[in-house]
Design a protein around this ligand. Sequence first.
Ligand SMILES: [Zn+2]
Length: 265
Amino acid sequence: MSSLELPAGKTSAFVISFDFDAEEVWLAENPENANRPGVLSQGTYGAKVGVGLVLDTLDHLGLPATFFTPGRVAERYPDQMREIVAHGHELGHHGYTHTSPTKLSKSEELDELLKGKAALEQFGVEVTGYRSPSWEVSPNTFDLLVENGFTYSSSMMDDIKPYVHPAHKVVELPVQWMLDDAPYFWFSVGSDWNRTIRSARDVEEIWREEFLGIHGLGGLTMLTMHPQFIGRPSRVAMLERFLTFVKSHDEVWIATAGEVAKAVK
Ligand SMILES: [Zn+2]
């Protein structure tokens, strides 16, 4: 049995994570989007505006975060990457492209893993964490993580507490759609005109309730956001309110994903 060893006085853990996808999520969804600058501009917003607003919010509150970033995004936006690192945040792997591992052969998946890691480590940091694109893993993913020196994954939805994958010495920091901004805020033309965009207030309420529930059970609240969605002005304001609320609970350990992974024994 694995367990999370919290610092003295803390009763639950909280991680602020961002998947800095920029254009890659649209490119992986449909390669023809490479010829649709309007579609891609939704992702460009994350790099151009969202990341800066999110970094300002974290600075105001003095909180650390983990930015899971596809290698091609890191290559396209080196200034933003340097800013993220300079502010003391952690970088995590999120594919080289944003291609789901379920669509890749084992050798293609290995190639994505190595190229993505190299692209991030150019910024002078060690990358030990992996979050699969779209939270999809293949039958080979955990073998490849172990073989390539990764110590944690943050892609599975089967728990509220971190654990060690039984057949692999890799820590899992579980995620959930409820604690992700995309299901509430992602709107894209063509596929889902019937879907409405949720108000920041609604999402704030859902996140507060779920955080309190996980906190009461001594688990890990893994908040997952995307600069292109959370980086809109009304939503960044909500994020500041929500994180201020979380911070007001002294018994919550707010740390990077890497720090929480290290505390799992
Ligand atoms: Zn992503």
